[in-house]
Design a protein around this ligand. Structure first.
Ligand code: SF4
Length: 395
């Protein structure tokens, strides 16, 4: 973005001053805009620390819009909070769309869990997903709304309670998505959101979505952010914690329960196989319960380190011997591997089997990674929250 253009936009009597009555000329803002413009044109990293009142949002948005137009590339802006995401989409970007001579389009992407999954909602109409009768009216509301909404974003349903348990079973999160084999793929809200983002020069996301997406790039089921030429992180102080969550590993009692419950509803026409699957599902539930019960140190809410001898200890002869917890893990691992081979036999005619197989393999891998603690650059711990037990490993 040439210097004279920066002056034309930010300078005294410039575009912003003419359209924004409380605009003040700020040298810091101009310096930041110049630095951002240079970093984008040189394709270099840039870190900016700017105090409150610098006007940093416009100082990065305007060079980003100019660079996107010049380089015909898409630029992603990632924020740490929903408030800033909304401020960008409802205030700053519409303002710039009004005053900048060059037209540009922007799109807003939330995390996949905010959107309804058309396939799951229809499935839930036939196979109940409700935990209690109080949820019936809410489910009816969602079921009617998915045929009317253009976005599928649950934020439109302002009266829907935040902690509605069935939402997690009918949302569009990547681990339960069956991707292009889905009969609703074209109408899917995620497909539409991705299409809108592909047509935009500026795509506003949050750090959670950005790192979740980065973690699954190359995987057709999870990726939603279209290819981009540059990314700008605002509220970058929040990145460290969020990124380590997405580049770490985690397995929880909820995750195993949900996997088994979904497996049990896998549509299979063979009655004998259905019976075998139900038996296997019951076995996994029992073994998982034994496994989680043995985390006796996690009686109250909090975080606890997973020490190297949690699952096995060395005998006096130097051999590794599993602890009671290690034995419970081995039994669970064996049962999960039986599920893996069972699902492998149904891939050809059942797209849901593929998604379940992916989830089973992920659970086997994550458990193995955390139990064996082979990666020395990770920290391993257990977290207890409410009824949930989470085993985690972070880089
Ligand atoms: S493509 Fe995935 S998220 Fe979209 S409707 Fe189908 S299963 Fe749901």
């Amino acid at each position: 973005m040439p210097q004279n253009l920066i002056e034309k936009v930010f300078g005294n009597g410039g575009l912003i001053a003419r359209f924004h009555e409380s605009y003040e000329y700020r040298e810091g803002q101009i310096k930041m805009a110049e630095a951002v413009a240079k970093a984008l044109s040189d394709k270099r990293h840039l870190i900016v620390e700017a105090g409150t009142g610098t006007g940093k949002t416009l100082a990065y948005l305007i060079p980003a819009i100019a660079a996107a137009a010049e380089g015909k590339m898409r630029i992603v802006v990632s924020t740490g909070t929903k408030n800033l995401q909304e401020q960008l989409m409802q205030k700053d970007i519409p303002f710039l769309q009004k005053i900048l001579p060059k037209k540009f389009s922007a799109s807003y992407m939330k995390g996949r869990g905010n959107y309804a999954c058309l396939y799951r909602v229809q499935k839930a109409e036939m196979q109940p997903v409700l935990d209690n009768l109080d949820q019936i009216d809410h489910f009816r509301e969602v079921s009617k709304w998915v045929h009317e909404t253009a976005t599928g974003d649950r934020g439109e349903l302002v009266d829907l309670p935040e902690n509605l348990s069935f939402w997690n079973r009918i949302n569009a999160r990547s681990d339960i998505c069956i991707g292009q084999k889905c009969p609703d793929f074209n109408a899917c809200f995620i497909t539409r959101m991705r299409g809108n983002a592909e047509a935009a020069e500026i795509v506003v996301v949050n750090h959670h979505l950005f790192f979740a997406d980065l973690n699954v790039r190359g995987n057709q089921f999870g990726k939603v952010i279209p290819d981009y030429g540059a990314v700008i992180f605002d509220e970058a102080h929040l990145i460290e914690d969020i990124a380590s969550d997405y580049f770490g590993f985690q397995v929880s009692n909820f995750q195993i329960d949900e996997l088994v419950r979904d497996t049990d509803t896998l549509p299979i026409s063979d009655a004998v196989a259905t019976r075998d699957l139900t038996k296997l599902a019951a076995r996994i539930i029992g073994l998982a319960e034994q496994f989680w019960l043995r985390f006796s140190q996690a009686k109250t809410e909090g975080r606890y380190p997973l020490l190297p001898d949690t699952f096995a200890h060395r005998t006096s002869e130097g051999k590794s011997r599993p602890s009671a917890l290690g034995e419970a893990y081995e039994a669970l691992d064996t049962a999960l591997r039986s599920l893996e081979s069972f699902l492998g036999g149904y891939l050809a005619d059942n797209p849901e089997a593929e998604s379940l197989l992916r989830r089973t393999r992920q659970a086997i891998f994550d458990l193995d990674f955390i139990v064996h603690q082979a990666e020395r650059n990770f920290v391993y711990w257990l977290e207890r929250r409410g009824k949930g037990i989470f085993l985690r490993a972070s880089p």
